[in-house]
Design a protein around this ligand. Structure first.
Ligand SMILES: Nc1nc2c(ncn2[C@@H]2O[C@H](COP(=O)(O)OP(=O)(O)OP(=O)(O)O)[C@@H](O)[C@H]2O)c(=O)[nH]1
Ligand SMILES: [Mg+2]
Length: 449
């Protein structure tokens, strides 16, 4: 059972040495426990104040601290909250935490502070999930979307509008069923149109979520090509550091190497691969298999051709196996370009060694990344798996309602799936949500948040 009767405490800062550590307490006894362990000349607290003093247990001084005092409902959790800012370091912060527990607090579970904020109506469930995104994501774009959702309740507002439309419609239908003499049956065509509108709204949300998936999950970009074409050189150039070994020997890279960086706030996993060629060498063969595997898992492939030797038949064979939509062909070693080499209009010519043309490689990558989110839906919302599943369920129910209306079934059979769709929209926002759902959402948080 989720209970908010107890006072919870946790270390809110990361473990290890730091200049400051924060111990946070929330709940009805937070102030009284703080008074018990905090000493200064006058032990009278006022909300919204910061106090300087010492944490001590029966006269034994533990640390010099700052105390921040919040009164419900004006706190993160909506409850009485005390934050103790002590010197950073695991020993001191744990001693203070133990003291909070000694005088009545219990150790908070992961995400319990945010769960209380949600339970006290400080935020809806999607906003709580945005807090999680803010802490855990390495995607700048997702972080800015999450901040926007925390500030403006963007997703909540979108869903509220849809719920309101559905509720109005349902009220009209129910009134006509309950009071057939007084309320006319609403026009079936009008109901169908309204349901269409709701379906379009939910599909738009789902589509936008799918397009924005890369904002959450990032994109994989694999570098492929024949041995010695300059793959590892490009890998290092894009990362701006010497990560992969570069030599003039063909067959230097034998395994896939992955590193992360970001382009326009999108997390990119860049993959350097073993050069693809025919070989009898068993280790090299395994490496080449992995190159193909990387290509199949990547959303974008950068294919390098060594223009100092020109396009070989084997290059053509490999290129034929790659999806032209997601492959960018780079003519590398532009500085050594063979005189009379045929120029391909859709290739990007670059010299990774002299950096000439690298800006065009960047631009092409940026464009391909944008291609993934083309047909902008105007919504800058990226949903997590739980939220997408709720949208899928709502969509299914709305389709049932539509079928019922089109097959001239009695109107109460239309309201059944509509009720279910409304319930799912509520679940998406965290209204009418089971304990199981809440636990699974907040379990993903860290302790102290
Ligand atoms: N002149 C010139 N040399 C380059 C350029 N790019 C790479 N090289 C050289 O080409 C050789 C092979 O480069 P790598 O980056 O190791 O090539 P690779 O494709 O990773 O090779 P494998 O790992 O063997 O498949 C090295 O000697 C690089 O310095 C370029 O633009 N111009
Ligand atoms: Mg290499």
């Amino acid at each position: 059972m989720i209970s908010t009767d107890t006072t919870i405490a946790a270390i809110a800062t990361a473990r290890g040495q730091g200049s400051v550590a924060v111990i946070r307490m929330s709940g009805r006894d937070a102030w009284s426990i703080a008074k018990r362990i905090f000493s200064r000349k006058k032990n009278q607290f006022e909300a919204g104040r910061i106090y300087h003093g010492w944490i001590a247990d029966d006269g034994d001084i533990i640390d010099e601290v700052l105390l921040l005092i919040f009164k419900n409902p004006n706190s993160y959790t909506g409850e009485d909250v005390v934050e103790i800012h002590c010197h950073g370091g695991d020993v001191i912060s744990h001693k203070i935490l133990n003291l909070c527990v000694k005088y009545g607090a219990r150790i908070a579970m992961p995400g319990e502070f945010t769960m209380r904020a949600f339970l006290s109506g400080k935020m809806d469930l999607t906003q709580a999930e945005s807090v999680m995104d803010l802490i855990s994501s390495r995607s700048e774009r997702l972080i800015s979307q999450a901040s926007a959702n925390l500030k403006n309740r963007s997703l909540g507002q979108y869903i509220d509008e849809m719920s309101k439309g559905l509720l109005d419609l349902q009220a009209q239908i129910v009134a006509s069923i309950d009071f057939p003499d007084e309320v006319d049956e609403p026009d079936r065509q009008a109901i169908a149109e309204k349901l269409d509108e709701c379906l379009a709204g939910i599909s738009r949300l789902k589509e936008s979520a799918q397009r924005n998936r890369m904002i959450r999950e990032g994109l994989k970009v694999a570098i492929l090509g024949m041995p010695n074409s300059g793959k590892s050189s490009l890998f290092n150039a894009l990362l701006a550091r010497d990560r992969s070994i570069v030599t003039e020997q063909a067959g230097t890279t034998r395994d896939v190497i992955t590193e992360s960086f970001d382009i326009d706030g999108i997390p990119i996993t860049l993959i350097d691969t073993a050069g693809i060629r025919e070989t009898r060498h068993s280790i090299e063969m395994m490496g080449i298999q992995r190159s193909w595997q990387a290509a199949s898992e990547a959303q974008i492939v950068l294919y390098l051709v060594d223009t100092s030797v020109g396009l070989l038949r084997y290059d053509t064979q490999i290129l034929a196996k790659l999806d032209p939509q997601t492959t960018i062909v780079l003519g590398n070693k532009k500085d050594l370009l063979l005189a009379g080499h045929k120029k391909y209009a859709n290739w990007i010519y670059v010299s990774v060694k002299t950096q000439e043309g690298m800006e065009n490689v960047y631009a092409a990558l940026q464009q391909k990344i944008r291609d993934f989110s083309h047909e902008d839906t105007g919504l800058t919302i990226s949903l997590n798996q739980r939220q997408i599943q709720c949208c899928i369920d709502v969509e299914e129910q709305l389709k049932h309602a539509q079928e019922a209306i089109h097959s001239a079934l009695p109107l109460d059979l239309v309201t059944l799936p509509m009720t279910e769709a409304l319930r799912k929209l509520d679940e998406l926002m965290g209204r009418d949500t089971t304990e199981e759902v809440l636990t699974s959402v907040f379990q993903q948080f860290c302790v102290g948040k």
